[in-house]
Design a protein around this ligand. Sequence first.
Ligand code: IMP
Length: 430
Amino acid sequence: MSRYVVLLGTQWGDEGKGKIVDLLTEKADAVVRFQGGHNAGHTLVINGIKTVLHLVPSGAMRPEVECLIGNGVVVNVEQLLKEVRELEEIGICIRDRLMVSPACPLIMPHHIALDIAREAARGEGAIGTTGRGIGPCYEDKVARRGLRLADLMRPDLFAEKLRSVMEYHNFALERYFGAEKVDYRQTLDQAMEQKEMISDLIDDVSTRLYRLRRQGRSVMFEGAQGMLLDVDHGTYPYVTSSNTTAAAAAVGSGIGPLELDHVLGIVKAYTTRVGSGPFPTELFDRVGRHLGDRGHEFGATTGRPRRCGWLDIVALRRTAQVCGLSALCVTKLDVMDGLETVRICTRYELDAQEVDLPPYGAEAMARCRPVYEELPGWERSTAGARSFDELPANARAYLDRMSELCELPVDIVSTGAERDDTIILRHPFD
Ligand code: IMP
């Protein structure tokens, strides 16, 4: 029986998706990225060796798994080739099982320059982007002036389109932002060099997925960032520039929506956020520091410290609704070990009224005050637990309450960074 499973972050990203995708792909034939770019950072720890992937799908570590990059992903070719090389250096050959869609928009040096210039110009109101050129690249795609991987294969046309788009962006860089312009010749030469190394990786991902389905294979769709960073449903404008919801898995890879069988939402046992924007349950006290220190909460892409806070069920309700979640996978439960009491935000207070769902937009969200339910903490460590019964009773009660409030089953619990530190109650591919 084939199964097409979407796995996505339910919060503001960094829920620990990489480890879970890697673990669950033991039963998958392919892993697909469908949105975002190298703003994502998926950390995998296998046999004590840490690998951070930004673009290559997290199935990379399993030699029999195909890795597909769908049309919804914005691709920085230099970064992609770098990751391929780094994997080869640790003995993982990926070239013959990696495929990138010709429809992927290319992230070019001027996108990065614009991202940085724009953030600087925003001053206090900066979004806190990863500075990888993600937003400007998606803008070019929607404006229908962007360059795509397929364009690289037509050098003359590519050179012409690049000249025109760079004239436009260099004008903005120099004249509007007062920044340095990007050199056309150098950009073109670099792109042509990269073309030689990437051309054999470009193929029709949509057709590949269609065939895999007909052959009865199982596929994992790997989300990047988290639902609350979705450009439509997240805390706009403090969001990323792609759709991070489950439906994006279909659009960003080229399959029909009814092909998706199961949506697994990854939720950290508490909440974190990198970059600016509202975060109602954020903590500035000892508990916040406990979560940040024990959870090693530093961005995998930028190294920035992540803001930490209690679990927010109100925000999760929106994710469950917008993504049609089938079940939850709870990660980093062990980070909460040792807290005397733990809290869950069940409602917000907004304009003297209690609400069950987050309002749309950052301005209203910033005015929300969390209403908490308090539960006793657990003294015994949950780190490395491999069965539900091994967990302390209060940790089990915390998970049960979370499940009840979200009206979703908790199918998987992660209790450490290693592949095996995981409790699987129900495997999404079974
Ligand atoms: P951008 O995606 O670089 O444009 O950044 C927009 C917002 O999304 C910023 O707040 C980033 O910190 C956040 N962001 C982007 N990618 C990730 C990620 O993989 N994890 C967490 N936050 C992210």
